[in-house]
Design a protein around this ligand. Structure first.
Ligand SMILES: Nc1ncnc2c1ncn2[C@@H]1O[C@H](COP(=O)(O)OP(=O)(O)OP(=O)(O)O)[C@@H](O)[C@H]1O
Ligand SMILES: [Mg+2]
Length: 367
């Protein structure tokens, strides 16, 4: 049951009014009576079917994840102030943002301009890189977990899907994570990974720029079949963001865009360039037709904190680039694709799990 307004949590946080509701609970605007400041409190709702042991485990895990997230100080990682276990459930106390979620933004204003989406993506990827470096996974990157303020984009709800794969939780019939934003390898049963978070970021930016989810209302099996069919991902509004989304949404995590190159590509698109354009080739003067810098990006860059990480020096040159001194007419040698262990695994799983008509065309031919 939801706590009433005025409830005093941990003898310190007075719940004032709900600011939003999601699948796992309610987010409150609250007053921290000790420090005399406003905070956000996420009241996590646990299904009644959970037994006592499982409840205690969930509270303990939420505390662990809260502690881990609190170790990461990054402008695009939500600041967790406290995690409280009270009334047999976890409560997360965090910074209160004047923000709308990316989901709300798209619902209310329609699809975002590719440059604005790229700027949000650049910042959220910065958050993911910071947490991945500490061994923390998000596991539930999706538009409703990206909060957009006047001057920054912030990733929230770290680790709330930390129970995925827990047999007892699965038996209790609880679905964690959000169907349209879970990486294909996780749909196939693999564990969460940094590459899985990157796929979810790709799906999130796809929604931001296209104004609709990648899978629509399809079931997980149909979505997986669509993804593995080899058909190009339909994009009509992504413009310069399309190559980044294509590369982030690769079904094979081995060939998926890595976070360093993704950062660089998103920074280029956010700055008004093209994703693949080498930085050195950028013209100093923009063509008059170029769209103006979105207000969102203008405000965020001057703070310094949100600049793209200085990755350019460590990033391998894009494949199309010629090395200094390399002949202009030299023919590029294309590497022959060798099926990875993952591709072989995926083929086996598709054959086992999906009816033949859902197999990718190439697979159907091979039989
Ligand atoms: N720290 C915060 N400051 C201000 N508003 C917030 C904060 N955290 C969340 N919100 C608001 O509360 C809403 C609900 O968040 P919540 O995480 O409960 O829902 P959700 O992301 O839609 O679902 P889920 O339970 O799957 O995470 C968000 O869309 C956002 O508008
Ligand atoms: Mg959320």
């Amino acid at each position: 049951m939801r706590a009433p307004s005025g409830y005093l949590l941990a003898a310190r946080y007075r719940l004032l009014e709900p600011v939003g509701r999601g699948g796992m609970g309610t987010v409150w605007r609250a007053h921290d009576e000790l420090l005399d400041r406003h905070v956000a409190v996420k009241e996590v709702r646990l299904p009644a079917v959970l037994d006592e042991e499982l409840r205690a485990e969930l509270c303990a895990r939420t505390e662990r994840e809260g502690r881990a997230t609190a170790m990461v100080a990054h402008p695009s990682v939500i600041t967790v102030f406290d995690v409280v276990t009270e009334d047999d459930r976890p409560w997360i106390v965090m910074e209160l943002l004047q923000a709308r979620s990316l989901e709300q933004l798209v619902q209310q204003n329609g699809p975002l301009h590719p440059r604005q989406a790229a700027e949000i993506g650049r910042q959220i990827l910065g958050a993911l890189r910071a947490v991945h470096a500490k061994g923390i996974l998000h596991r539930d990157v999706k538009p409703s977990n990206v909060l957009v303020t006047e001057d920054r984009a912030v990733l929230t709800d770290f680790g709330l899907a930390a129970l995925e794969g827990d047999v007892s939780i699965t038996q209790a019939g609880i679905v964690l994570g959000s169907a349209g934003y879970i990486a294909p390898e996780r749909v196939l049963g693999s564990k969460a990974s940094p590459a899985g978070d990157l796929w979810s970021l790709g799906a999130t930016l796809y929604t931001a720029v296209e104004g609709r989810g990648l899978h629509g209302r399809r079931t997980a099996a149909a979505a997986l079949a669509a993804l593995t069919s080899g058909e190009p991902i339909p994009m009509t509004k992504a413009g310069p963001l399309a190559p980044v989304l294509d590369a982030l949404l690769r079904i094979d995590p081995q060939t998926r865009l890595d976070s360093v190159r993704a950062s660089l590509m998103l920074a280029r698109v956010a700055a008004g360039g093209s994703a693949e354009e080498p930085l050195a080739a950028r013209r100093p003067v923009r063509s008059p037709a170029a769209p103006p810098t979105p207000a969102f990006a203008r405000r965020s860059t001057h703070r310094g904190l949100h600049r793209a990480e200085p990755v350019a020096v460590t990033v391998p040159a894009p494949r199309q680039e010629r090395k200094a001194g390399e002949g202009v007419h030299r023919k590029r040698v294309e590497a022959r694709p060798v099926p990875s262990a993952y591709a072989r695994f995926k083929t086996t799983v598709i054959k086992l799990c999906l009816p033949r008509r859902f197999w990718p065309r190439e697979l159907r031919k091979r039989g």
